[in-house]
Design a protein around this ligand. Structure first.
Ligand code: AMP
Ligand code: ZN
Length: 466
């Protein structure tokens, strides 16, 4: 049983997909006008941890993450560079996928882009207009009529009066025609001086969709009218997710998402890391300082997702140190070649259960990692006194591989040899065990030419990059 904290009910609840098998989850994706900063990436790492944990608990996952390629910032960027919107956003879409790879974030099943789903958005807006939940203004804007959606505020636990007071301070020039200050835009009329030649045709004239409707339309398109789980950073709760609920439920009359989860922010000196404050680091900034993807992943992963995390270089050094302890341990275990069977009593099952039950409690990663380091300490003591047998070591390595399907921090591709090299090393081990020294020598040379060193122990080997 996997329990999570649901933002809407503010309760710890069991995560159960509607079909009992596959969690249909929607995760708000990047606005592709710039490189992601590590604050954005903290949210994606958290979503990845959950995705991997869901599978660890025997369920399937179908994840959709949108790419917001239509908004003020992408349009402004394209116009400033005098290129098409797609040309401008393509660079940042690619950079985003590269960052996911660097942090070992598994790919979602779908990455729909807003530019490919305008018809779905228009259809939703039309349904809302037909139902009287949205209205068009003289200028060709379409707004959501909050007065027609009494459940508004249910996710963020804000009441309509507070919302109106907040919204009245934020009304921009193009929104003066709204019936109520808290109504929000579904369709924004084309403004040549702001939008250049970037617009789409619609029943209400030229224009473009609002940000919130992008997510509602793409979530429903790929996951159906009711999702199992919707996620994002806490800044998405209001207004973005509140508006997504209003649009989607207003349109379908069904519950939009069964569960909602939000991760806390990454801070710098006590302030949210954000592009507008200029207090951000990208992965590229940290790579240039010599840090690796897995060190950054470890840092972002190791604090519970509902706790704010203050970014410091000392924190990053501590992450590096923790990983080195794990690496040294794995190396040591790989080198165990005492052929004896269980010479000590190590309860692997108990350790695995402890790790698993920590994750089951709303992803209590701190407890899960504490269990891991505790285990490492115990086994290191056994190794010190030469009590660990080969078969035990193999079992430990197998278990670590299993835990790494959730953590993705042990064996990263930056250290892992490609499959063909691993196969050569395996063949070489067999050759050695069969005392075919000639073949073993040929294979060693081939491995060497490919840039790897193979270190022998009597019954095993260790592959290292040169
Ligand atoms: P954006 O590209 O601004 O739409 O943000 C993409 C995702 O990153 C959203 O889920 C945000 O909630 C999340 N996010 C933005 N800033 C931070 C931060 N400092 N810490 C954690 N998550 C963030
Ligand atoms: Zn969204």
């Amino acid at each position: 049983m996997l329990s999570i904290f649901d933002t809407k009910t503010r309760k710890i609840v069991e995560l159960v997909p509607a079909d009992g098998k596959t969690v249909k989850m929607y995760t708000c994706g990047p606005t592709v006008y710039n490189y992601p900063h590590i604050g954005n990436l903290r949210t994606y790492v958290f979503e990845d941890l959950l995705r991997r944990t869901i599978r660890f608990f025997g369920m399937g996952v179908y994840q959709v993450m949108n790419l917001t390629d239509i908004d003020d910032k992408t349009i402004r960027g394209a116009l400033a560079k005098n290129v098409s919107l797609n040309e401008f956003t393509d660079v940042y879409k690619q950079a985003f996928f590269q960052d996911l790879e660097s942090l070992q974030i598994e790919k979602a099943e779908k990455y729909p882009a807003a530019t490919d789903h305008i018809p779905e958005m228009i259809a939703m807006i039309q349904t809302l207009i037909d139902k009287g939940i949205a209205y068009k203004t003289e200028d060709g804007n379409v707004f959501f009529r909050i007065a027609r959606f009494p459940a508004y505020g249910g996710l963020s636990h804000l009441n309509l009066k507070d919302l109106k007071e907040g919204a009245s301070q934020r009304v921009s020039n193009d929104e003066y025609e709204k019936e109520s200050v808290s109504d929000f835009a579904l369709w924004k009329a084309y403004e040549p001086e702001k939008d250049g030649k970037i617009y789409w045709e619609s029943p209400w004239g030229k224009g473009r969709p609002g940000w919130h409707i992008e997510c509602s339309a793409m979530a429903i398109r790929y996951l159906g009218e009711t999702l199992d789980l919707h996620m994002g950073g806490v800044d998405n709760i209001f207004p973005h997710h509140e508006n997504e609920i209003a649009q989607s439920e207003g349109c379908t009359g069904k519950i939009f998402s069964k569960y909602w989860m939000h991760s806390e922010h990454l801070l710098v000196d006590g302030k949210k890391m954000s592009k507008s404050l200029g207090n951000f680091f990208t992965l590229r900034d940290l790579f240039a300082k010599g840090y690796k993807g897995r060190e950054i992943r470890y840092l972002l992963l190791s604090t519970h997702y509902r706790t704010q995390l203050n970014f410091t270089f000392e924190g990053l050094e501590a992450a590096r140190h923790s990983l080195k302890r794990i690496d040294d341990f794995i190396l040591r275990i790989k080198q165990v070649d005492v052929m004896s069977e269980f010479s000590i009593d190590v309860d692997l099952h108990q350790f695995e259960e402890g790790f698993k039950s920590s994750l089951a409690e709303d992803l209590n990663i701190s407890n899960a990692l504490a269990a891991l380091f505790d285990f490492i300490r115990k086994i290191n003591t056994c190794c010190d006194s030469g009590k660990l047998g080969k078969s035990q070591a193999t079992q430990i390595l197998n278990l670590f591989n299993k835990l790494d399907t959730v953590l993705a921090i042990f064996s990263h591709d930056e250290e892992k040899a490609p499959l063909e090299i691993e196969e050569k090393a395996q063949r070489r081990l067999t050759a050695r065990l069969e005392k075919d020294w000639k073949l073993a020598d040929i294979l060693r040379k081939e491995i060497d030419t490919a840039g790897y060193i193979v270190e022998d122990s009597p019954t095993s080997y260790l592959l290292k990059r040169k």
